[in-house]
Ligand binder design. Structure first.
Ligand SMILES: *Cc1c(COP(=O)(O)O)cnc(C)c1O
Length: 334
């Protein structure tokens, strides 16, 4: 029985075309800046997203950390969502490794941070306080796309307050595909962006940090310090280039599959949150553990959570989505 894994879009396997591109990749020592495939990936994505430069790194966690550390010095502060990956799911790296103080705020229902509340959290210029330097947003966040008008306001706001604006764009292309705009329309509002190649884009490894040349120079030094300098990394960058060429537009299929799954579950009477991209959230309450076991016996791999997240990706077909709906249908809730 082939397993349908809905825990995350990080579980995808590299396809034959991607593996062939990796096998063909020209490589060099990237710590010397001599890997032509890494250089091509960095330049191509920078051009595509409207930045001067890019930096290939092993993970989104490192990419975000380098972004925060390149923007902020010791004793500086960044404002971030309470549930944001950069704050909650990265081991406290900004504080541990950067001596950067986080100021988390609750997300609004749409995944934005209320700019009036951000303004109230900015510390006055007084030696009692950390220096507020940066606002970090996430797009998509829990599958939600931040409104473009909000990003324009956040840009204006951070300019007025002298803050830098960073985007955790782990799923940037899910946002741009859903909006039907060029990804550059999203990234134009930011000083720096982190993009994951290993989520819905389906590469096995890698993220890219983008920004101005001087900023990327600083991040390159920090990458070395953190042990993220890789050598013949072109084999990995080739997977990223393949993903950017072949696996961006197809994200729309994942979004359609997520809609189909949500529709099927709603018809069965489940409480499902509105779907925008590739994530479906359904309330299971106390049924989470028994349902996880029920699903596992039927070839569906899930996390166990009362608010269950189901993630569609390139290794989940429409037929498999229909199977998942059947698995829910066959589960007795009493
Ligand atoms: C996955 C993810 C990251 C980076 O995660 P890595 O596993 O370190 O690559 C960052 N932000 C968000 C929102 C993510 O989902």
């Amino acid at each position: 029985m082939s397993v349908i894994d809905l825990r995350s879009d990080t579980v995808t396997q590299p396809c034959a075309g991607m593996l062939a591109a990796m096998a063909r990749a020209e490589t060099g020592d990237d710590v010397y800046g001599e890997d032509p495939t890494v250089n091509r990936l960095q330049a191509q994505l920078a051009e595509r997203l409207g930045f001067e430069a890019g930096l290939f790194v092993p993970s989104g966690t490192m990419s975000n950390l380098l972004g925060l550390m390149a923007h902020c010095d010791r004793g500086d502060e960044y404002i971030v969502g309470q549930q944001a990956h950069t704050y909650k799911y990265e081991g406290g790296g900004a504080a541990v490794l950067g001596s950067i103080q986080p100021q988390p705020l609750e997300f609004e229902a749409d995944g934005s941070l209320d700019l009036a509340r951000v303004a109230a959290a900015i510390k006055p210029n007084d030696f009692h306080f950390a220096r507020t330097r940066l606002l970090a947003l996430e797009n998509t966040t829990q599958g939600k796309v931040l409104p473009q008008a909000y990003l324009a306001r956040a840009r204006q706001f951070t300019r007025e307050h002298g803050l830098a604006l960073h985007l955790d764009g782990a799923r940037l292309f899910n946002a741009s595909v859903r909006l039907g705009v060029d990804a550059r329309q999203v990234t134009q509002h930011f000083d720096s962006v982190s993009v994951c190649l290993s989520k819905g884009l389906g590469a096995p490894v890698g993220s890219v940090l983008l920004g101005e040349r001087g900023f990327i120079g600083k991040a390159t030094r920090l990458r070395k310090m953190l042990g993220g300098g890789m050598r013949q990394a072109g084999v990995l960058a080739a997977a990223g280039l393949y993903a950017l060429e072949h696996q961006v537009e197809r994200l729309a299929l994942d979004h359609d599959n997520a809609q189909r799954l949500a529709g099927g579950l709603a018809e069965l009477g489940y409480e499902v949150e509105p779907v925008q991209t590739n994530m479906v959230y359904v309330q299971l309450g106390e049924h989470a553990e028994p349902f996880k076991a029920h699903a596992a016996q039927r070839g569906v791999r899930l996390s166990a959570a009362s608010r269950l997240r189901l993630v569609t990706h390139l290794d989940v077909s429409t037929a498999q989505v229909d199977h998942v709906v059947q698995v829910f249908a066959s589960f007795a809730r009493h």
